[in-house]
Design a protein around this ligand. Structure first.
Ligand code: NDP
Length: 337
């Protein structure tokens, strides 16, 4: 039984030394518990926040504790009335081969499910984030211009595709020409710009001749700076993530721009709203699951995974995620089906 624990809290970009791979005995389930074996492990940007002990909406991972994560797991032994050996479940199994659960928070998947790993992406937390963030907070209307960055990842790609279904002009932002080509050719976006280009701000202005009505905020930093002057009156900004700053160790250098930001909020009547997806499961998850399954079955939503083999490769893959090395939803294949 292998597990990866947090060895030290990183300062800036995490290094492999922040993690430690350990061998421990396989835990034994007690009455009312199941033993789970991870098949797929989800790696997500929020985990960088959990490695830090700065105050946040969720407590940090303790030093020497297993890194937390969503998994798609098999029940390998059950002493729980509701679960049988062989069941597929979504669990918070963490970065390890085996975990014991008392059933709290487990979600059973259909026995014959064709893509169990999708429950960590398009049919799970990131897909749901895109759905709620765009539809409930972004309030897209036909003909509006929607801009979304990290646009080939599970959140951004879904935001943009739902935006197209709502007849928006969708402008994606991604790192590099391959991702941008994919956003236009496969995801069907109207345009996609490389945020690493020197003239990115000019390119964005050209791609949004009628201004920006919705900016779905995934990254912050330079992308937000380029978006701000293009925002239209009554633009909406669902603030979903700020990944460009997750490894930051000091405030961004340069003049204080808070006054000009607040002036834009006032004069353009901007609606900027942060959200954390946990808050929406009770009210919106069922509708999301119904819609997303329908859209996937009909081929209206495309989904790409970046599957990496081996639990031991999780630290390196996670470090890469924070720097744009993933192309699609980052998933670790921990073990065989
Ligand atoms: P992705 O798979 O899209 O991975 C993150 C991507 O961010 C990278 O691939 C990279 O894409 C981009 N990126 C990294 N650094 C920078 C940078 N400096 N400037 C611009 N882009 C950068 O992740 P997800 O789809 O899982 O998540 C997207 C966002 O949504 C994250 O900010 C995440 O924290 C947030 N989130 C928020 C939730 C909530 O409840 N509020 C829930 C789930 C996710 P590229 O190479 O294209 O630049």
């Amino acid at each position: 039984n292998r597990r990866i624990v947090l060895a030290s809290r990183p300062h800036g970009v995490p290094t492999p030394q922040a993690f430690r791979l350990e061998q421990v005995p396989v835990p034994q389930p007690q009455d009312g518990e199941v033993l789970l074996r991870a098949v797929y492990l989800s790696l997500d940007p929020y985990m960088r926040g959990r490695m830090s002990d700065a105050p946040s909406y969720a407590p940090p991972v303790e030093i020497d504790a297993v890194m937390g994560a969503g998994t798609v797991s098999r029940v390998v032994a059950s002493r729980h009335a509701d679960y049988a050996q062989g069941d597929w479940v979504v669990a918070t199994g963490g970065w390890q081969d085996y975990a014991v659960s008392n059933g709290d928070g487990l979600v059973r998947l259909d026995a014959g499910i064709s893509h169990p790993s999708y429950a960590l992406g398009i049919l799970g937390m990131p897909g749901f984030t895109a759905y709620v963030g765009l539809l409930d907070l972004g309030q897209p209307k036909a003909g509006e211009t929607l801009v979304v960055a990290a646009c080939t990842g599970p959140v951004g790609a879904t935001v943009g595709q739902i935006g197209k279904m709502k007849s928006c002009r969708v402008v994606g932002v991604a790192g590099g020409p391959d991702k941008c080509r994919y956003a236009v050719d496969v995801l069907g976006f109207d345009a996609c710009l490389d945020h690493k280009a020197d003239d990115f701000a000019e390119q964005l202005a050209q791609a949004c001749p009628d201004g920006i009505d919705i900016y779905f905020e995934n990254v912050g930093g330079k992308v937000f700076d380029a978006v701000l002057p293009l925002l239209n009156t009554s633009a909406r900004i669902p603030v979903c993530g700020l990944i460009s700053a997750y490894n930051a160790t000091s405030p961004t250098p340069g003049p204080d721009r808070l006054a000009s930001l607040m002036r834009a909020v006032l004069t353009k009547r901007l609606k900027i709203q942060g959200f954390i997806i946990f808050d929406y499961y009770a009210s919106r998850y069922d509708e999301f699951a119904r819609d997303m399954n329908t859209w996937l079955d009909a081929g209206q939503i495309k989904y790409r995974e970046d599957m990496v083999d081996g639990l031991e490769n999780a630290p390196q893959a996670f470090i890469g995620l924070l720097q744009g090395e993933n192309f699609g939803k980052l998933v670790i294949r921990v073990g065989p089906d």
